[in-house]
Design a binder for this molecule. Structure first.
Ligand code: DQA
Length: 161
């Protein structure tokens, strides 16, 4: 099973940008923790960061047929990007969005969210720990999908009465 983690604009500046909002952890440190958790749970994980909207769309499309889960922090594009929303919708892969800060308690323009309606779940306001919560949530979602598939296969194989 493979999870792809997609990080949007300015998240490469974590640890430098507005520490009072986003904390002191660098992106590499967050990813190292996620990698450890993935390894412990026998899950393959890939990390991708870009400041460009189209590259996020390309990456989501590349996940089709390749990944079973996406964890995304689309950062500022969360509030504007119909293209990213459509890409998530197009690939139909369970997707969890993460926001380090609580976007609902900030400026009004951050309350607009193009992505959330097409995501399985949203995790906001837990700081960098939100990425760990997303990993736990994603494993749960993947296990539920696998269990449902197994049950369906068993039902098809069972002799009809
Ligand atoms: C963010 C919240 C966005 O509003 C902001 O533009 C970001 C980061 C967060 O993780 O809290 O860049 O997605």
């Amino acid at each position: 099973m493979k999870i792809v983690v997609i990080q949007g604009p300015n998240l490469n500046m974590l640890g430098i940008r507005e520490q009072q909002v986003y904390g002191a952890m660098k992106l590499e440190q967050i990813h190292a923790q996620m990698k450890d958790f993935a390894t412990q749970n026998n899950v393959e994980i890939e990390f991708f960061q870009t400041n460009l909207e189209g590259e996020i769309v390309d990456k989501i499309q590349e996940c089709y047929g390749e990944a079973q889960g996406i964890i995304i922090n689309a950062a500022a594009y969360t509030h504007t990007s119909i293209a990213i929303r459509d890409a998530i919708s197009a690939v139909s892969i369970p997707t969890i969005e993460v926001h380090i800060s609580n976007i609902h308690r900030r400026e009004d323009f951050r309350k607009e969210n193009m992505i959330a309606p097409v995501c399985t779940s949203s995790i906001v306001g837990f700081g960098p720990f939100g990425y760990h919560l997303a990993m736990m949530g994603m494993l749960q979602v993947m296990q539920e999908i696998q269990a449902a598939k197994a049950a369906q296969e068993a039902a098809q194989k069972a002799p009809q009465e």
